[in-house]
Ligand binder design. Structure first.
Ligand SMILES: Cc1cc2nc3c(=O)[nH]c(=O)nc-3n(C[C@H](O)[C@H](O)[C@H](O)COP(=O)(O)OP(=O)(O)OC[C@H]3O[C@@H](n4cnc5c(N)ncnc54)[C@H](O)[C@@H]3O)c2cc1C
Length: 417
């Protein structure tokens, strides 16, 4: 998708698709600025479609409404590249095991996927998968960090005691464990929903009215939240190993560089937070009618009420800008509430399991840990959420942001002062 004028702003895509009567296929030409599909067999791509019979000869639809989704093989049967010239491999900070390239396309033979001009909508199914995959990658990395840090704390002795016996270090690790467990719950909730959508008939009421809109909303939230938290945890993990953590041979540096990309590819934090803002408006109403979709999520309903009340206030273009400035806060607030609800639900399930198996000390201990985790996560959650939601659309703060960006850019503000 990503081209020089736009990765987030795909409406500025320059690549074009022309119908080739002889080949009975589309011929695609343009320049893809980032492609991590360099060594795959097939690829999906967006291109601006030349309408064979345009209203005005030679004209094309502008913006994202002119884009269609195409499928192409990267090589033909003889192994030759299908109209692709590799300009160069990107010199990346991390993910070096995955080659990302700048590609020139010149007559790439491709097939249209889905309806013409519905490219952005059609590729969103794929984006759901890749963004859930980002969440999964972050969860896996977090677990690896926590396990490594615990193992080190069992062996490293400082000031006459093992690290695991130092209360402050123990508290640091407990916080990491908490974050990992919350991310894990949120990720697997999305995975389960994605599974239902892929396996079940999409016309079933539960799938159509609940799973599809819910996943549409939760996927960008998961992606933004897990990516930011996983990177923060990679720093904490490195510090937990002391000076040794900074050494390349521990692998922590590589893990940190690799995990960092999740904040950027498949949509940056800001761009996806704005996506949440757009989606939330249409989705809140159906969700509120489905309280059983997250059984213990009383607080979700209340938070959604708070959010939707704010939405009705910000309808004009100017006030919409105010709302946008706080989209990240909204996204993080929703992630915190949803994972809190899922942790409570998991704790209730774990408790039931322990009651059904009296005398099983392992199950009882697991239930106790799950209860502690849910309680800790939900402590003060309502206050935190209320603060984040109340910060939505703060006009004074927006004006201050403009001023802080630089005096020359804030003439409208200075004239007001
Ligand atoms: C290692 C790697 C591999 C990649 N592989 C692929 C690939 O295989 N295929 C592919 O298509 N792309 C790929 N990408 C590209 C990636 O998806 C884009 O770089 C990313 O979506 C950001 O787009 P951009 O570079 O245009 O940044 P920009 O959109 O220019 O963003 C710059 C900054 O502005 C912020 N911003 C942008 N718009 C707004 C707004 N409206 N409001 C507030 N803030 C905003 C962003 O959050 C960001 O901080 C890859 C990127 C990397 C780093």
């Amino acid at each position: 998708m990503t081209e020089r004028p736009g990765g987030s702003d795909v409406g500025r895509t320059e690549t074009q698709a022309v119908w080739n009567e002889e080949l009975q296929a589309w011929s695609i030409s343009g320049f893809k600025w980032f492609s991590s599909a360099t060594d795959t067999d097939v690829t999906m791509l967006l291109a601006r479609t030349h309408d064979p019979t345009p209203a005005v000869p030679g004209s094309m639809r502008e913006g994202s409404k002119g884009l269609s989704l195409y499928f192409a093989r990267v090589r033909d049967d003889q192994g030759n590249l299908n109209g692709v010239r590799i300009h160069r491999l990107k010199n990346k900070v991390g993910t070096k095991a995955l080659p990302t390239a700048e590609l020139e396309l010149d007559g790439m033979v491709a097939q249209l996927v889905g309806d013409q001009y519905r490219g952005v909508k059609n590729i969103s199914a794929l984006l759901n998968i890749t963004r859930v995959y980002c969440g999964m990658g972050c969860t896996a990395a977090m677990q690896r960090f926590v396990l490594g840090v615990k193992e080190y704390a069992r062996r490293r002795e400082v000031f006459g005691a093992l690290l695991k016996e130092q209360p402050l270090h123990l508290a640091t690790i407990a916080n990491m464990e908490l974050q990992y467990r919350a991310t894990s719950q949120f990720t697997f909730f999305c995975v389960a929903m994605l599974g239902r959508i892929e396996v079940l008939d999409n016309n079933l009421p539960d799938v159509k009215e609940r799973d599809i809109p819910l996943l549409r909303l939760l996927t960008p939230i998961l992606k933004v939240w897990s990516a930011k938290n996983a990177f923060a945890m990679s720093q904490e993990a490195m510090e937990c190993f002391g000076g040794q953590g900074y050494m390349e041979e521990t692998g922590l540096g590589r893990a940190m560089r690799d995990i960092l990309v999740n904040t950027i590819w498949e949509g940056t934090s800001n761009v996806l937070s704005l996506d949440v803002l757009r989606t939330v408006r249409g989705i809140i109403a159906p969700l509120k009618d489905q309280p059983h979709c997250i059984k213990s999520a009383q607080s979700i309903g209340e938070s959604l009420d708070l959010i939707s009340n704010h939405f009705t206030t910000y309808v004009t273009l100017e006030t919409r800008k105010l709302l946008e400035a706080s989209a990240r806060g909204l996204t993080f607030a929703m992630a915190d509430v949803i994972s809190g609800a899922l942790l409570c639900e998991h704790s209730a399930w774990s408790d039931g399991k322990a009651k059904a198996r009296p005398g099983d000390t392992i199950v009882a201990t697991e239930a106790r840990i799950d209860r502690i985790v849910a309680q800790r996560w939900c402590e003060d959650l309502d206050r935190k959420i209320a603060y984040q939601i109340n910060a939505l659309g703060n006009e004074d703060k927006y004006e201050e942001d403009k001023l802080m960006f630089g005096l020359n850019d804030a003439t409208t503000v200075t004239s007001k002062l």
